[in-house]
Design a protein around this ligand. Structure first.
Ligand code: FES
Ligand SMILES: [Fe+2]
Length: 313
């Protein structure tokens, strides 16, 4: 079957050969995906989990469940605070309360809690990288002062989407370690996709992002895992070199995960930043919608993978 033709509206790329001509289903080897996944799982995480996008954390208290524990999250004087959702007095849910003068006020008897510890209740280490908010709960994992962030472009336009899926973080990472499903499972988004480089832990694809029926943007994109719950796609050739899509998976509880995906788009074209400065607010929901559409499908993939693992396959 001949391949669909697209007019590339991006930069012209140097020629590159696919590493194999066999059909995608034969190239997508479960053993390679599993090896790369095991390598990712063996990396240190520093004990950090992504809570949500920075813009999603506001001044009202919200509840987030992370690794089986409920946390209350709010902003105090611009900085995010994350702590146990259980009031140290009699256990009311603090996320049902409200914020006054930067403190969360318990809905049952009005105890105000802020950045100071109160008995065993204390705010956890938090890191706001400007795009995402991370927390480091107490755990056996060796903690680092800051989360392990992949390289990011110096200037970027960012958009973040979050959704939940019935799977573990490893299923989310495994989905992105399988680029071969791209054109088959998401024909609305990818026009053509070939693996052009691969070693034990990283994989590089030449991919056409569909911008319309016959229009596309062809780029080379590399996937790697900087830590066990993150997989990053970096554009290494073509339009927007240095742009990244960071997919983070945060366990909610066994068999349930949050997928938090940050798109950090960059370009060396001066008009790019002028455009996003002016229209970023309008563009952001569109970028988030596109990412969500892919993750609704990839969530189903990850859920199926989890189901198979639970059944011993
Ligand atoms: S339960 Fe929170 S103040 Fe009493
Ligand atoms: Fe996918």
């Amino acid at each position: 079957m001949s391949e669909p033709k697209f007019i590339n509206i991006g930069r012209k790329l140097p020629p590159a050969e696919p590493i194999s001509d066999v059909p995608d289903w034969q190239q997508a080897q479960p053993a390679w995906i599993e090896n790369a996944l095991q390598h990712a799982i063996s990396l240190p995480s520093g004990g950090w989990y992504v809570v949500d996008g920075s813009r999603a954390i506001g001044e009202s208290p919200e509840r987030y469940r992370i690794a089986g524990e409920d946390y209350v999250v709010w902003r105090s004087e611009g900085s995010p605070v994350v702590a146990s959702d259980s009031c140290p007095h009699m256990g009311a849910r603090l996320s049902d309360g409200f914020v006054r003068d930067g403190c969360v006020v318990c809905p049952w008897h009005g105890l105000a809690l802020g950045n100071e510890a109160h008995g065993s209740w204390r705010p956890l280490p938090v890191f706001d990288d400007g795009v995402l908010v991370w927390v480091r709960p107490e755990s056996d994992e060796e903690g680092t002062l800051e989360p392990i962030l992949p390289p990011r472009p110096e200037r970027y336009f960012d958009a973040v989407m979050r959704l939940e899926a019935r799977c573990d973080p490893r299923d989310v990472v495994a989905n992105r370690l399988d680029p071969w499903h791209g054109v088959h499972f998401h024909p609305h988004s990818f026009g053509r996709l070939k693996v052009i480089e691969r070693d034990e832990t990283t994989i590089t694809v030449r991919v056409v992002y569909r911008m319309g029926k016959r229009l596309g943007m062809e780029v080379d994109a590399r996937f790697h895992c900087p830590e066990p719950r993150t997989i990053v796609m970096t554009i290494i050739r073509g339009e927007g070199v240095g742009s990244v899509v960071e997919t983070h998976a945060t366990p909610i509880e066994p068999g349930r995960s949050a997928v938090i995906e940050a798109t950090l788009a960059a370009s060396d074209r001066p008009q790019f930043h002028t455009f996003f400065r002016a229209f970023g607010g309008l563009m952001r929901p569109m970028v988030e919608k596109r990412a969500r559409r892919l993750w609704v499908e990839d969530g189903a993939y990850a859920e199926r993978r989890y189901e198979l693992r639970c059944n011993g396959n």
